[in-house]
Design a protein around this ligand. Structure first.
Ligand SMILES: Cc1cc2nc3c(=O)[nH]c(=O)nc-3n(C[C@H](O)[C@H](O)[C@H](O)COP(=O)(O)OP(=O)(O)OC[C@H]3O[C@@H](n4cnc5c(N)ncnc54)[C@H](O)[C@@H]3O)c2cc1C
Length: 289
């Protein structure tokens, strides 16, 4: 089912994001974890697209499996990195042939070792151009785009980043999925500004449960996510106790999800990092659906 129908047919759209594992053991573990999460009836599962398009084939393989074996709608992430317009179109044709009806259209990060994003000759520079390209060639494709409640790290200001988001929406996006955040008030302020700018499509908060403080610190430093001092202090105090970190992370995510749900969000997109235990605890403790 395509994104517009998904949001029309249910009041709350739960989605889970995975990435293609690098090993057969990783694949097997992901299959077990997905089986657990499917019981919570997610509306769709999205699969990331590795930096520089490094996982193109694996991304589509997983999307096929999500649809054929797990009987869920799949969304393939897709970036402009390192590809010409023709290569992007050829990948889109492959995605359509694989039965993919939804894509997360992204510019992508610069590949490792490259400081700034570089547009390849004959390629695209920003996600709004990718949305336009997809709409031109596959008018019925469901298209998600990224939104940044705390600003994209390269944007000069939150306002200029919002103008960019509006460009992606005007180019034909169907829904916005946000970067992970830990401070709900920042999401609410972002949502209010989106409304003022006339963005009317669903804005879905992205939640990453903290299960490993060191890993989360690495991720948040890369994407500039605000980490509340009180939460950091609590996690720092148990930095040698993985189970205690997990419990604090789950408790924080439950509070976030309950508050977001009460504030009427149209769904939650979980960055599950291929695991099921934290999402399972959060979904058991909350009445999201
Ligand atoms: C939900 C989600 C899923 C993601 N999945 C993946 C994935 O699978 N693979 C992956 O590699 N990365 C993924 N990312 C990360 C993403 O690729 C990076 O955040 C990347 O740096 C920006 O991508 P974008 O699509 O937001 O880019 P854009 O919307 O193009 O924005 C990039 C920057 O350029 C600015 N900008 C945009 N248009 C213009 C313009 N016309 N003029 C001037 N400035 C402009 C923006 O303000 C922003 O600072 C994901 C992010 C999110 C939030």
């Amino acid at each position: 089912m395509r994104l517009p129908q998904l949001f029309k047919s249910q009041p709350f759209v739960l989605s889970i994001e995975i990435f293609p594992p690098k090993t057969a053991d990783g694949d097997a573990a992901l299959r077990r974890n997905l089986q657990t999460l499917i019981d919570y009836d997610p509306a769709f599962i999205s699969c990331t697209y590795g930096a520089g398009g490094s996982t193109q084939d694996r991304t589509l393989q997983w999307c096929r499996e999500i649809q054929s074996d797990f009987l869920r709608t799949a969304m393939s992430h897709f970036t402009c990195v390192g590809s010409t317009r023709d290569e992007l179109l050829s990948w889109l044709d492959q995605a359509v042939a694989a039965g993919v009806e939804n894509v997360m259209a992204l510019r992508g990060d610069p590949p490792v070792g490259q400081e700034k994003f570089r547009t390849v000759e004959g390629g695209l520079s920003n996600a709004n151009e990718l949305v336009e390209l997809i709409r031109q060639h596959h008018p019925n494709m469901g298209i998600g785009v990224a939104g940044y409640p705390e600003k994209h790290q390269e944007a000069a200001t939150l306002e200029s980043d919002l103008v960019n988001l509006k460009r992606k929406v005007d180019a034909g996006a169907d829904a916005v999925f946000t970067q992970l955040f830990f401070v709900n008030d920042n999401f609410f302020a972002f949502r209010d500004r989106c409304t003022e700018l006339g963005i009317e499509i669903p804005i879905v908060p992205g939640i990453m449960p903290i299960t490993d403080f060191a890993r989360i610190k690495r991720i948040t430093s890369m994407c500039g996510t605000v980490f509340p001092d009180a939460l950091a202090t609590r996690l720092e105090a148990v930095k040698d106790d993985p189970q205690a970190q997990f419990e604090i992370g789950v408790e924080h995510a439950i509070q976030q999800c309950e508050e977001l749900r009460a504030a009427g969000v149209p769904g939650i997109h979980f960055y599950a990092l291929n695991k099921s235990d934290a999402c399972q605890r959060i979904l058991d403790a909350t009445q999201l659906q």
